[in-house]
Design a protein around this ligand. Structure first.
Ligand SMILES: NC(=O)c1ccc[n+]([C@@H]2O[C@H](COP(=O)([O-])OP(=O)(O)OC[C@H]3O[C@@H](n4cnc5c(N)ncnc54)[C@H](OP(=O)(O)O)[C@@H]3O)[C@@H](O)[C@H]2O)c1
Length: 228
């Protein structure tokens, strides 16, 4: 995400926990790093000051409201007109109109239950974080990622408003392209107050949809695809 932002000419301020600062060393002379937890309100207040956009990775780590604390701090301290772009997974639903397979629902329930039992992850807190974002009148976008894979960029993912749309069936996005979508969303007015569910633009479902539809370019430009 940092690389994409620098390539687009943004001045970048990054927040990560102190033990993770090293992972950004390749960018150390080109970005400002604010070490700290993203749910630390003071850290976020300092980091977002003067920023035109805030890209937020919402992760439900631990059982102390890390995701909702992070979202709330950004909502409270980002500049009023800032673009706010949050990441999460397909399991988050904005309007309840997403259609999930039983396998997906079972997996989310099982993983959520086991992880909470081990006090590792609290998926409900990521749901709460997104609920707060959806309820806000800020210029937000919540990017809902499919399963991630590593590898070189394939281009800007395609998206739909609802999980269950055939264009998303491949359920796979390159991590680097998820990041690309987050950064590209800053300038995409069509994504303001949208919760796009994304999939890689070279996946079989995206290709199948675009060949019978209006062409790959249209989807690469993040045209919304609505269900029937
Ligand atoms: N992985 C997937 O297949 C998948 C699928 C769909 C959507 N997503 C979404 O994509 C985004 C990134 O997912 P990811 O799987 O890359 O997440 P991840 O591996 O957990 O990494 C994201 C960040 O979480 C922080 N983190 C890791 N362990 C932590 C802990 N114990 N306490 C607090 N923070 C911790 C790290 O921040 P620091 O920089 O501070 O170390 C890290 O950069 C999330 O919004 C997720 O919901 C992921």
């Amino acid at each position: 995400m940092v690389q994409h932002a620098l390539e687009r000419g943004y001045e970048v301020v990054g927040v990560c926990r102190p033990q993770s600062v090293d992972k950004l060393k390749a960018f150390a002379d080109r970005v400002t790093i604010v070490p700290g937890r993203t749910d630390d309100r003071d850290v976020i207040r300092r980091a977002v000051a003067g920023c035109d956009a805030v890209l937020v990775v919402l992760v439900p780590w631990g059982v102390r409201n890390y995701a909702s604390g992070t979202a709330q701090a950004v909502l409270d301290f980002a500049a009023p007109d800032a673009r706010l772009v949050f990441s999460c997974g397909w399991h988050i639903s904005r309007d309840g109109r997403d259609v999930y397979s039983w396998q997906f629902r079972t997996l989310v329930k099982l993983i959520g239950w086991l992880a909470r039992l081990a006090r590792l992850v609290d998926i409900d807190d990521q749901v709460e974080a997104c609920r707060r974002v959806f309820a806000s009148d800020r210029r937000w976008t919540v990017v809902r990622g499919s399963d991630l894979e590593e590898g070189d960029s394939q281009g800007l993912p395609v998206w739909s408003r609802h999980v269950g749309d055939p264009v998303l069936a491949s359920n796979r996005t390159r991590r680097v392209d998820f990041a690309l979508f987050m950064v590209a969303a800053i300038d995409d007015e069509a994504l303001v107050r949208e919760a796009p569910a994304i999939v890689g633009c070279r996946t079989p479902s995206a290709l199948a949809h675009t060949t019978s539809g209006s062409g790959a370019q249209a989807y690469s430009a993040a045209v919304p695809v609505q269900r029937g």
